[in-house]
Design a protein around this ligand. Sequence first.
Ligand code: AGP
Length: 609
Amino acid sequence: MCGIVGYIGQQNAADIILNGLRKLEYRGYDSAGISTCENGQLHTARAKGKLVNLETQLKATPLNGSLGIGHTRWATHGKPSTDNAHPHRAGSFVVVHNGIIENHLELKQQLQEAGHTFKSETDSEIIAHLIEERHKQGATFVDAVREATHILAGAFAIVVISDKYPDQMIATKSGSPLVVGQGEHENFVASDIPAMLSHTREMIFLHDGEMVVCTRTGLNFIDFAGNSIEKSSKTITWSPLMAEKGGYRHFMLKEIHEQPRAIADTIAGRINKNKDSVVLAGSGIDPEGIKNVERIYIIACGTSWHAALVGKCLLEKYIRIPVEVDIASEFRYRNPLVTDKTLTILISQSGETADTLAALRETHDKGGKVLAICNVVESSIARDSDGVIYTHAGPEIGVASTKAFTTQLVALFMFTLYAGELRDSVDRQTRSDLIAELLTLPRKLEETLELDPLIEDAAKAYIHAHDFLYIGRGNQFPIALEGALKLKEISYIHAEGYPAGEMKHGPIALIDENMPVVCIAPYNHVFGKIVSNMEEVRTRGGQLITITDSILPSLEDNSNALFRVPTIHDDLMPLITTIPLQLLAYHIAVFKGTDVDQPRNLAKSVTVE
Ligand code: AGP
């Protein structure tokens, strides 16, 4: 997610903004820029890479003026570069933007036909041109911004300044965060509280569809219809460190709760108007190659490998060709069978995992094609693959992967529908039904997250356990593996994920009153089988923790703890059932006092073998 800071007041805007952007660095970014207005002139400095590069520029050529906006960019459309860095300018207007403009391609074409020329590959630049166009047609500054944002589809948080209006800074949002900081003879806007906390604790939270016109002496709030609205400020008592985590105790918990937004952002712009087709424009995928593929490998490590296992269930169900899943460190050394009709899908949050990158080389050396599912634009794996589907989870700071995992599952789900359409193996009605289910996911994840306090309360009973067993069937077996990995990597309690049907083949010997068994039991075609496995656990005195959408009363009676989740199409149920397991691992680890965000011995990205 990008970082935004705007300032209007009596001080040097560039200094205030640079310091504010530093407070947002934790969000991750790949370029940055600042624009200020001095004596009716706009000046801009932008730099690829870290803020220190921008700072070097500013030392050489300071930006003066007491009005300015700044931005740290997390690339989604267009590679990290100076030209793609914000702020973006069109005529007398400069803009910073956080979010994804879904209809940017059609708007860009309309603007080009109206004579506008573009300097960047970004979706954001069109906003500056839209405002300039409206202003050219006679709209006031406020109306130009209001009318321009009216036609944007997708999520945005925008701050605009102009050399024609040196006493105004306008901000507005829909779907991306924006906070107003109220000062004495100065006002601030930012994507997040930490950027302003050293100047003011009086914050006003903009809601979707609201705008604010900031001057040096006041704030005027209006709605998208242009009506004035009243807003009240909140006094923020957080410490700066707490503020970086949005008030959450750890980045991991913040990222668990960001999943509805991350998934909505990953879906955004990839479903057609009729909602019966997945659109992967710009992914670089060769449709002919997908039509003719005869074998698919899905290769990854850790949590991403668990996503790969879910992907296998989806692709084999709907594409009906062999899909093999391999751990990257195994794939690269087993001389795999690869031809020019082989597609290797690589899943990697960081895009830098050494073994997964090696699998890319192995596939290319043998003449195969590679499709990456990555969260970091222009990462090594993304850059060297033949096609890439970016997850739009935003930076994932916690070492334990959460929102990256669920957005990987969404990307695999959408790719399955995309490939099924190309290969005529998924008809339009099926695609339409599945897309309809997909679009309910953010809301159902919000509902699932409401279990958080219940899970925190239940977690206390398990912090002294030495071993956990997680069991699931079908597409829930990977979720059993993922739940076990979450627990072991942050609480240091040993945990194993197992196919539930394997219980009689060994694991049942482990069951006793000291063994918590997490059973993932969605109400699907194997529900009866998993209920039998639960009884096997109960009759041997095991402590049963059940995750289910079933309303069967006996489940409650037979479980030490039961977490009921919303129902969704079985193909999407893994995205729901994984949430309670993330929360269970998190709360057990917190009670145990481990370093949840930076667990011992682990790194966020394993860039060596
Ligand atoms: C999962 O919580 C871990 N952080 C780890 O297993 C991770 O999924 C694995 O290292 C793969 O990382 P990648 O997705 O960046 O390639």
